[in-house]
Design a protein around this ligand. Structure first.
Ligand SMILES: C[S@@+](CC[C@H](N)C(=O)[O-])C[C@H]1O[C@@H](n2cnc3c(N)ncnc32)[C@H](O)[C@@H]1O
Length: 699
């Protein structure tokens, strides 16, 4: 196969055309260095501009401007044809695709045609030789066969050896953090630009009126690793054993696609690592159930587990516990403690969930949760209890922070690590305590309050959601607080005496409200994290959440923090009538509009029923401000599109970003909407001319 490289110049020239309206030709070496900068400049200068070819990609999948092609050989593209599977191509990667974090590059099919190729494990600024493994209508996917010199200017050495083995937990350990952050920031902005363009066409929004705040990144370097407070490891029978990676003296690493051996082989040590000098992987076909793995699922393989000894995202004691459990369970894998086989649905050990927290005294607390199938007999259960007792002796009695070992028992065939019943195997409590001090990050006068030091304490049980990066969760809460409108309320400009003495905030009847405080509703409240951070600045806060144990935790947390102005209620926000629930549990909202409605849904977003309900509130009771927190900007922008069309009296004011997930493609996005002053008293929106029909609202 003859490979012809047509790097940079052509497309960089095109990039310049859009910048300066005249072509400028660059040598490939310069083009490689300059193209990311030029691309960024182009995006900033002309945010709405996209080439014809890019339009069919979902928002956020940005495209490469430098490219190369394979021109001969089987599968080589013609001008009419996209590349076929198996084709070897050389690609220049410029950006990262939203969601998957794959490198985005463009394969030139002809002078005028190109095709997007998403490359697994490739980073911007990198040139790779890659093989096409999947072809879709609008793009292809490829895996790296070789990384070409020079290395990307954004490359850095990954910390974790499992990263090189193909662990999917982190995607960007080999990409410098500033680039990770700017890529994610740009992806979100792209999505918002697309949303605003759509809305602008219909006169519903204007891009110029939205403020994009700079992304709040993790603290470098301390916040980049060991930031996760929960890791969910899987026991399995089907071991994923990666092919060895190659690295030359210069540190240039060639990642190779992992290989499924489907069984534990003679050459693996306890973690599934190969012993030195044994470099050929056996073929699959042996008894699949003889394997034992404890680790993480490899990407896109629900049944294969990559053995993990050390996860760089969790703290040291959690890694010690992981290895301890592996050492104690592996010898019993074929007798009393068989791992669960997700294909054949047999076996006992299913998940090891390790949760960590920092309590109010900055002491580490650790919860170990062993998720199992129902025990086959008393011997099996006793064997598990022996492991728990050994864990307790090693990490509980020695003050290493372990506070409990729990067992969650499930008969569910899915891989979800939640049990139908729970037992405590060791320890004296079923929760761990996390303290958050968001006021440390609020840039306003309330910073002097003693509350900023004492913080808020959260008790978290095994099956409740809690933000996974506490350091960044504090910053996220600070962003929510600063954009809540509550800090500007006359009565709570400071943490008021009333807020400090929570008894004074306990207002139960509508008459008691003297327009002195704010009403807040927190949808998808989990264990009450956002609600309890806002409560000192509000008159009453209502939190709604599906999971009963999380609501129990939220109520306990309110008591723990002496907050009596909060109500938490189990509610299915896919099914229930939002306003009926709000009026039932927050009677004041019948007479006064909710001042702040916060939503922090799961990745799938908010159900359209609730978006319609928010839009359909009677004019006098429309929530004054909406704060939408999301870990998925794609579903968030989709929801905002729907909401702003149904409720054009809201104006998107700000978009803020907090990176809770370094080395992954994810980022937390906060959208702030307020009631537009342009909407007149009858709910008529001047910009769009649309009207609100009060008949749409019913309870
Ligand atoms: C991203 S978490 C946010 C939790 C909380 N705001 C916090 O900061 O910790 C999403 C929450 O939505 C809850 N949830 C999922 N589906 C729901 C539904 N249909 N109705 C209500 N809550 C739901 C989940 O249990 C989870 O606690």
């Amino acid at each position: 196969m003859r490979t012809e490289i047509r790097t940079g110049a052509v497309l960089v020239e095109r990039t310049y055309v859009s910048l300066f309206e005249r072509p400028v030709s660059l040598k490939p070496a310069f083009a490689r260095v300059l193209s990311p900068i030029i691309y960024r400049a182009r995006v900033w200068q002309r945010p709405c501009h996209r080439s014809r070819q890019t339009r069919h990609f979902s928002a956020g999948e940005r495209l490469s401007s430098a490219t190369m092609v394979a021109t001969d050989g089987p599968g080589a593209p013609s001008s009419q044809k996209s590349p076929s599977r198996g084709l070897l191509v050389e690609l220049a990667v410029e950006s990262l695709a939203h969601g998957t974090g794959m490198g985005v590059s463009r394969l030139q099919l002809s002078e005028n045609e190109s095709f997007v190729v998403l490359v697994h494990n490739a980073i911007p600024g990198e040139r790779v030789r890659a093989r096409i493994i999947r072809r879709k209508r609008n793009h292809a996917e490829a895996i790296v066969v070789e990384r070409l010199d020079p290395p990307s200017m954004f490359a850095t050495a990954p910390l974790c050896r499992h990263f090189l083995e193909g662990c999917g937990g982190c995607k960007f350990q080999n990409l410098i953090y500033t680039k990770q952050l700017s890529e994610k920031e740009e992806q979100v902005r792209d999505m918002y630009r697309a949303l605003l363009r759509r809305l602008e066409t219909d006169g519903l929004a204007s891009e110029a009126s939205v403020e994009f705040l700079p992304a709040v990144g993790a603290t470098v370097p301390t916040g980049l690793y060991a930031y996760r407070n929960k890791m969910d490891f899987t026991f399995g029978t089907r071991v994923w054993r990666p092919k060895p990676n190659t690295a030359d003296d210069s540190g240039k690493v060639t990642l190779r696609q992992g290989r499924d051996t489907s069984t534990r082989d003679e050459n693996t040590v306890s973690s599934g690592r190969k012993r030195p000098g044994t470099d050929t992987a056996p073929e699959s076909g042996e008894d699949m159930r003889t394997g034992f793995a404890l680790g993480l699922h490899v990407p896109r393989r629900y049944d294969k587990v990559l053995c993990i000894e050390d996860c760089a995202l969790q703290i040291d004691v959690a890694n010690e516990i992981l290895r301890f459990v592996e050492r104690h369970c592996r010898p019993l894998a074929e007798t009393l403690l068989p791992p669960y086989d997700l294909v054949e649905h047999v076996g006992f050990l299913r998940n090891l969930v390790i949760r960590t927290a920092q309590d109010r005294h900055n002491q580490t607390q650790v919860m170990v949760n062993l998720v199992t199938s129902p025990p086959a007999d008393a011997h099996q259960q006793a064997a598990l209890e022996d492991v728990a007792a050994a864990l307790w002796k090693a990490f509980g009695e020695t003050n290493r922070g372990l506070v409990c070992v729990l067992q969650n028992i499930t008969s569910n065939r899915s891989g979800v690590a939640v049990g139908e019943s729970q037992r405590r195997l060791a320890g004296t409590q079923d929760t761990i305590e996390q303290c958050l001090r968001p006021l440390r990050h609020v840039r306003s006068r309330i910073q002097t309050s003693s509350w900023s030091e004492t913080g808020i304490n959260f008790q978290i049980s095994a099956n409740s959601f809690f933000q996974t990066n506490p350091a960044q969760a504090e910053r996220l809460m600070a962003v929510v607080l600063e954009n809540s409108g509550l800090l500007e309320q006359p009565s709570v400009g400071q943490v008021s005496p009333a807020a400090e003495s929570s008894a004074e905030l306990a207002v139960s009847s509508p008459q008691a409200r003297q327009d002195t405080g704010a009403l807040v509703v927190d949808l998808f409240c989990g264990t009450g994290t956002i609600a309890l951070c806002l409560a000192p600045f509000a008159e009453q806060v209502l939190g709604l959440e599906l999971v009963a144990s999380a609501v129990d935790d939220a109520r306990t947390n309110a008591r723990l923090n002496a907050r009596t102005n909060t109500v938490f209620q189990v509610t299915d926000l896919e099914k229930e009538n939002l306003w009926q629930v709000i009026f039932r549990h927050l009677p004041l909202a019948r007479q006064h509009p909710v001042d702040l409605l916060v939503m922090d849904p799961p990745r799938a977003g908010v159900h359209p029923r609730q978006l319609k309900a928010i839009a359909g509130a009677p004019p006098a009771l429309r929530p004054r401000r909406l704060v939408y927190v999301s870990c998925n900007p794609a579903s968030q922008t989709r929801d905002l599109d729907l909401l702003l069309r149904d409720a054009p009296w809201y104006r998107l004011e700000k978009v803020a970003l907090v990176d809770q997930f370094p080395h992954t493609p994810h980022i937390e996005t906060v959208a702030v909407l307020s009631l537009s002053h342009e909407a007149d008293a009858n709910g008529r929106h001047k910009a769009s001319g649309s009207t609100e029909e009060s008949g749409r609202y019913s309870i």
